[in-house]
Design a binder for this molecule. Structure first.
Ligand SMILES: NC(=O)c1ccc[n+]([C@@H]2O[C@H](COP(=O)([O-])OP(=O)(O)OC[C@H]3O[C@@H](n4cnc5c(N)ncnc54)[C@H](OP(=O)(O)O)[C@@H]3O)[C@@H](O)[C@H]2O)c1
Length: 232
């Protein structure tokens, strides 16, 4: 098992300057992990850092930009920081109906909600494979499920369905010590979820925290809500 210099695991969270991502950082820090809080806007990332207890650093990372992801990985590697836990949380929620959604909106949703995780998995999972330990949490949504409903809203649901497919593909490509899972946080009171949502950010982050800290006999390649398996 590999740990960074101080003997603790390190978690990197995308889109972590607010909402569920910031709460995941807080909860993982409280659970004893070192935190790499990433944000597309460097200043917003640095400002959010004050809310995270314990060893934590902020890094600029726009998940739509392959160079931004790779540059972040290179800075961390240069500092000897190994990422043990990757939480792909960055997301947007376009709600336009199918006949009105533009190609640009659809592409943007795919770029953030799915390709972002593709980029970070390519950057950070090989190190997990080499070290024989890793936890990847893809923050998906019930709107991406296909077996019991139609993905919705279109640009969001299809991107999250693709994120779920990516989860299965990466989970099948890793050895036993690495666990790659998707989860739905439920309907959460954030800028995305709105003030009328029933769940707090702490509720919404709970399943991500569980998947990020799974024991060696934990699941791989599953889709979860409230720590329970749900249909794809
Ligand atoms: N809230 C819910 O009810 C709900 C339900 C199901 C699933 N989810 C999922 O949970 C995740 C977090 O949602 P949330 O409710 O916390 O949303 P939020 O409050 O809107 O936060 C979204 C975060 O993603 C970041 N982001 C957007 N585009 C990015 C990019 N290109 N690169 C890096 N970061 C980017 C945002 O950064 P900026 O501040 O710079 O915009 C922000 O930090 C999303 O994946 C969402 O789909 C949420």
């Amino acid at each position: 098992m590999s740990r960074n210099g101080n003997g603790r695991r390190t978690a990197l969270v995308t889109g972590a300057n607010r909402g569920i991502g910031l709460e995941v950082c807080r909860q993982l820090a409280a659970a004893g992990l070192d935190i790499v809080l990433t944000a597309r806007d460097e200043r917003r990332g640095q400002a959010a850092l004050k809310d995270v207890p314990g060893p934590a650093r902020a890094e600029q990372m726009d998940v739509t930009d392959g160079d931004s992801v790779r540059d972040c990985a290179a800075r961390l590697a240069a500092d000897g920081v190994e990422i043990d836990v990757l939480v792909n949380n960055a997301g947007i929620y376009p709600t336009t109906s199918f006949f009105d959604v533009t190609e640009e909106m659809f592409t943007e949703s795919l770029q953030i909600n799915m390709m972002g995780a593709f980029r970070t998995c390519q950057a950070f999972v090989p190190g997990m494979v080499d070290r024989g330990y890793g936890r990847v949490v893809n923050v998906s949504a019930g709107g991406g499920a296909m077996t019991e409903s139609v993905p919705h809203p279109p640009a969001y649901g299809i991107a999250k369905a693709a994120l779920n497919a990516l989860t299965l593909v990466v989970s099948a490509a890793v050895p036993r010590g690495v666990k790659v899972n998707a989860m739905c946080p439920g309907w959460v009171r954030t800028r995305m979820g709105g003030g009328g949502a029933p769940l707090s950010v702490a509720d919404g982050a709970d399943t991500a925290l569980w998947l990020a800290t799974l024991p060696d006999n934990g699941p791989n390649g599953g889709f979860f809500r409230e720590r329970k398996r749900i249909p794809w």
